[in-house]
Design a protein around this ligand. Structure first.
Ligand code: UD1
Ligand code: UDP
Length: 358
């Protein structure tokens, strides 16, 4: 049996890491195909180094571009590799352009596709990720849904139940595998902050940061929060947002302390010790929930409704006053919710299912 792991962005590297480790542990034949969607050192290589992952056998170096350019280049490159390697199954993760290109290239040449983190839905087709998720799910033969709710979304779209496996989300595996190591990390000292005396911000969604007014409005909301709670906001800034802030000539409020994107252990440590997390990231909503840190999501919807149901998260949208109101609501939340994303053994389950059925 030979497995192809296709990945290309920061969250895919982090969420595929537990599966790669499981394949290594069982000495199963596999290779990694990196599309090169992310390529800056601190969005890509830093994770391979820190998580001690083997180098990709192939890197297509597709880089940035419009959706069509990026996805098109990936399709061409992925097909060539798959025709040569002839894997028995292709695994893709999440909802990026890499995910869709990997699934589509494989399905067209009749290689079975396994989708890790299947069944998430925001029901908002303005998001490129929603389109990628829906198409990838419908191209896949193995749908590894993190929760029962995700499974239900797939059933509602007519996907046959025998293809769906509820496994938990590999982000729990990743958090559990690294939390102990993160304890020794000195990022708090480096940023001169103390546990529970700062908030953590991430912001990079296309629909939030590619529009000047929307981006300004969110930053205004963050400024109000910082002033009301007299707290520092740490913001490891995504390259997309960095580019837009420059282009739109936006002045970032002085309460927001910008850092370059961080390595995983530093970021985990910052999450675990934050008073509050403000984010539009998918993975960060999950990690906040797992780490029992209250979260304010800077969006009008989420494909992670489980975090809201357990009381770990709330939707604030992009209006400054609403962001402030939601921050007030969440900051004193009792941190007693249950993690809805599984027990940290999702990767084992996924590899077991593939092993048993292929
Ligand atoms: C992509 C995913 C998004 C995911 C995010 C994770 C899609 C449609 N979007 O968004 O779902 O949440 O990754 O972080 O697949 N850039 C760099 N260095 C890099 C990568 C990007 O400077 O290594 C800059 C470029 O200016 C580029 C911009 O960031 O144009 C956006 O990159 P892109 O990969 O298109 O989308 P992300 O916003 O990263
Ligand atoms: N992350 C990181 N360093 C950072 C910001 C995020 O290691 O500076 C990690 C974070 O812990 C999570 C993942 O990157 O596991 C989330 O990626 P991102 O927000 O880019 O994408 P999304 O999850 O929204 O697709």
């Amino acid at each position: 049996m030979k497995i192809a792991i296709i990945l290309g962005t920061r969250p895919e590297i982090i969420k595929m890491a537990p599966i790669i480790r499981e394949l290594e542990r069982r000495t199963i034949d596999y290779f990694i195909l990196h599309t090169g969607q992310h390529y800056s050192y601190n969005m890509d290589r830093i994770f391979f180094e820190q998580l001690k992952l083997p180098q990709p056998k192939y890197n297509l170096r597709v880089g940035s571009g419009t959706h069509a350019e990026q996805t098109g280049k990936m399709l061409i490159g992925i097909e060539k590799v798959l025709m040569k390697e002839k894997p028995d199954i292709v695994l893709v993760q999440g909802d990026t352009n890499t995910t869709l290109a990997g699934a589509l290239a494989a399905a067209k040449i009749h290689i079975p596709v396994g989708h890790v983190e299947a069944g998430l839905r925001s029901f908002d087709r303005e998001m490129p990720e929603e389109i990628n998720r829906i198409l990838t799910d419908h191209l896949s033969d193995y749908l590894f849904a993190p929760t029962e709710k995700a499974k239900q979304n797939l059933l509602n779209e007519g996907i046959p139940e025998e293809k769906i496996h509820v496994t938990g989300n590999t982000i729990v595996d990743a958090v559990y595998q690294h939390l102990e190591l993160a304890k020794n990390n000195n990022i708090l000292e480096r940023l001169n902050v103390k546990p529970n005396e700062y908030m953590l911000l991430t912001l990079h969604r296309q629909e939030n940061v590619d529009r000047k007014q929307r981006l300004k409005s969110i930053l205004k909301g963050i400024e109000l929060v910082a002033k009301e709670f007299e707290t520092k906001i740490i913001y490891p800034i995504h390259p997309r947002t960095q580019k837009r802030i420059k282009e739109f000539k936006i002045e970032v409020p002085k309460e927001i302390h910008l850092t370059p994107p961080l390595d995983y252990l530093s970021f985990l440590k910052l999450e675990a010790n934050a008073q509050l997390i403000l984010t539009d990231s998918g993975g960060v909503q999950e990690e906040a929930c797992i780490l029992k840190v209250p979260c304010v999501t800077l969006r009008y919807n989420t494909e992670r409704p489980e975090t809201i149901e357990v009381g770990a998260n709330t939707l604030a949208g992009a209006e400054p006053q609403t962001i402030l109101k939601k921050a007030r609501e969440m900051i004193n939340k009792e941190r007693n919710w249950k993690n809805p994303f599984g027990d940290g053994k999702a990767a084992q389950r996924i590899v077991n299912i593939i092993n048993r059925t292929l």
